[in-house]
Design a protein around this ligand. Structure first.
Ligand SMILES: NC(=O)C1=CN([C@@H]2O[C@H](COP(=O)(O)OP(=O)(O)OC[C@H]3O[C@@H](n4cnc5c(N)ncnc54)[C@H](OP(=O)(O)O)[C@@H]3O)[C@@H](O)[C@H]2O)C=CC1
Ligand SMILES: O=C(CO)COP(=O)(O)O
Length: 349
């Protein structure tokens, strides 16, 4: 990565998904001086953003600069774009990429192939495919191979504000990683690069499960010792599964692993942690999600991680308990007892 080629010229950026993260990344790229098109699937949301020049629903404090345009037509958003950021939640990425594929087919065959950056953090619950898998399964090969994934501790509101943030971009294509790193680095964002796509993707997806658990722990008033234990043992079990699936252990002690885990387990802006807090206070899951109106990937990611752990025969006690709380109605009191009374074992196992 250190001898990466010089980056191509500044591209037009298409950001697909105008939720919190898509909007924050669009604002950041605009601040970097790039022309940006922020695409939303909803005509009402498009009209509201175009009229008010702000995303009042997801990030109301940040007015759009002049070089940030709003789009509802996917073909127009993609036409001539050299950099496409996919900021759709994991459950919606596949369907959106089918639309992207259709739009690409409509564009001239000579249109330049953009680089793609997957910003979602999740694994599909039925197929158990990662977001990079989904890109490979939906886009033409010559497009999919130009893809990178984004990870690391990065709350949207702080990135939108320009507060110092470090992230990591992973790609099998060193030129893609280098170009995106150059384009995005600066204005508060420090961007590292790696070729460990699996580690960055899975670290980002499975930390959401532990963030839910940390929220439950705090919501139920179990104390700071318990939360520190959850984070530490959470990292151990995430690591076991990620390594079984091909991740580099170094990635898991980096920004996409430990970094993002600490942020979401302790940070007040984490939606996953907030869902856990409310569960720990005894509230019902559906009511919590309806009230929040934003995605908490950990709810789905708990299912994915639990299923992958069973498939790979990896022991993941916290994930298993989180699955029991979310999907089997286990009480927090029973969950704590079950975790504390597990068989004694060496720490390294
Ligand atoms: N927010 C953050 O701080 C960070 C988020 N992420 C990840 O980014 C991804 C997006 O999260 P975020 O922007 O925060 O989520 P939000 O809930 O803030 O916004 C979700 C966005 O995705 C759209 N959307 C929802 N479902 C679908 C679907 N089925 N098909 C197409 N579009 C859909 C929504 O559109 P509509 O309004 O029409 O429903 C909305 O624009 C998640 O995987 C998250 O884990 C990663 C790092 C930081
Ligand atoms: O991934 C995130 C920060 O890095 C966002 O976390 P939440 O989805 O829990 O808000």
């Amino acid at each position: 990565m250190t001898n990466a080629p010089a980056s191509p010229p500044p591209p037009t950026v298409a950001v697909l998904g105008a939720g919190s993260w898509g909007t924050a990344l669009a604002l950041h790229c605009a601040r970097r001086g790039l022309p940006v098109r922020l695409w939303t699937r909803s005509v009402e949301h498009y009209e509201a953003m175009a009229a008010a020049r702000v995303n009042a629903r997801y990030l109301p404090e940040f007015p759009f600069p002049d070089n940030l345009a709003v789009e509802h037509d996917l073909g127009r958003a993609l036409a001539g774009a050299g950099f496409v950021i996919l900021a759709i939640p994991s459950h919606g990425l596949r369907a959106t990429l089918h639309l992207v594929q259709a739009a690409l087919a409509e564009l001239a065959a000579a249109a330049p192939r953009p680089y793609y950056l997957v910003a979602a953090k999740g694994v599909e619950i039925d197929s158990l495919r990662t977001m990079a898998d989904v890109v490979h399964e939906t886009l033409p090969k010559e497009h999919a191979e130009r893809m990178a994934v984004l990870g690391g501790p990065s709350f949207a509101a702080e990135v939108a504000r320009g507060l110092p943030t470090a992230v990591v971009i992973a790609s099998a294509d060193a030129a893609a990683a280098a170009a995106i790193q150059q384009w995005m680095h600066g204005d508060g964002l420090r961007v590292y690069a790696t070729d460990d796509v699996v580690g960055v993707e899975l670290g980002g997806a499975f930390k959401n499960v532990i963030a839910l658990a940390a929220g439950v722990c705090d919501g139920a008033g179990l104390g700071q010792n318990a939360r520190a234990a959850l984070i530490t043992r959470g990292l151990a079990e995430i690591g076991r599964l990620c390594i079984a699936l091909g991740a580099d252990p170094v990635t898991l002690s980096g920004l996409a692993g430990l970094g993002d885990l600490v942020l979401t387990c302790t940070g007040g802006l984490s939606r996953n942690r907030r869902v856990g807090l409310a569960l720990g206070q005894g509230r019902a899951l559906q009511e919590i999600l309806d009230e929040m109106g934003m995605v908490a990937e950990g709810v789905n990611n708990t299912l994915s991680a639990h299923r992958l752990a069973q498939r790979e025969q990896v022991e993941m006690p916290i994930t298993q308990i989180m699955h029991a709380i979310l999907y089997e109605g286990m009480s927090v009191r029973r969950a704590v007892a079950a975790l504390m009374q597990r068989d004694l074992k060496p720490e390294r196992d």
